[in-house]
Write a protein that binds this ligand. Structure first.
Ligand SMILES: C[C@@H](N)C(=O)N[C@H](C)C(=O)O
Ligand SMILES: [Zn+2]
Length: 229
């Protein structure tokens, strides 16, 4: 019969207990780093997230992350809503107003994004595609309520205007400098960029649809879920 010791000399059991508690602490520290937004110091402008549809109901929404029709293949938001910090939301409404005489309006895919969603996106994206998602250790400008993913749609029909690539496509066709596609697609992309820049937004070089509002640095990273806004 195999001998199973149930008793250990005192010093050995203490050593094992110590090792266990160190391992436990290490796991706790690692997992808390991984599941919490980065700590930021300094003073920030108080957050005032505004729902885009309330500010300007003529901005069209297609909140892909509230549907399975997104690069993660499953809904990430419980509600199809879009929020931005007030000055960014007001600037966006001006872009929308400028588009109307041209026969277009804005179609918004995403605005404020809770930090944990950025973390989920990063964790699910292969390393070679991570230029298309923000690193949760730094946070996304979406987490600050100062980034918006959007495109143009036809004012009369509501139909999405074709761009050189599709939303969240992880390929060079998403680059703002991509020279392929049709002339009409590039013109639409460049029109969107021109108007967004006029109103204080900057495009992300890797993503024609992603724009940051100029004051993004002054707002804190947030992890508040939509249900609590
Ligand atoms: C995931 C994509 N729509 C996006 O917003 N990417 C930028 C880099 C971000 O995550 O901030
Ligand atoms: Zn974005």
């Amino acid at each position: 019969m195999e001998f199973k010791p149930y008793y250990m000399p005192n010093s050995e059991s203490k050593y094992l207990a110590l090792r266990k508690s160190w391992a436990f602490c290490a796991i706790a520290i690692i997992s808390s780093c991984a599941t919490k937004p980065p700590l930021e110091t300094g003073t920030f402008t108080p957050s005032e997230l505004v729902e885009l549809q309330r500010l300007d109901p003529t901005i069209q929404l297609d909140i892909r992350y509230a549907t399975p029709h997104n690069f993660m293949g499953r809904p990430l938001y419980p509600q199809a809503r879009a929020f931005l910090q007030r000055p960014a939301a007001e600037a966006l409404a001006q872009v929308n107003a400028d588009l109307k005489p041209l026969g277009y309006r804005l179609l918004v895919f995403d605005g404020y994004r809770p930090w944990r969603i950025t973390k989920m996106m990063w964790d699910s994206t292969p390393p070679e595609k991570r230029e298309f998602v923000a690193d949760p250790r730094k946070g996304s400008r979406h987490n600050r309520g100062c980034a918006v993913d959007l495109t143009l749609c036809d004012l009369a029909t509501g139909r999405e205007i074709e761009m050189p690539g599709t939303y969240d496509e992880m390929s060079p066709r998403s680059y703002i400098a991509y020279a392929g596609g049709t002339a009409a697609q590039r013109e639409a992309r460049d029109l969107l960029r021109r108007l967004m820049e006029t109103h204080g937004f900057t495009v992300l070089p890797a993503e024609w649809w992603h724009y940051d509002y100029k004051d993004w640095k002054s707002y804190p990273i947030q992890n508040v879920p939509f249900e609590k806004l």
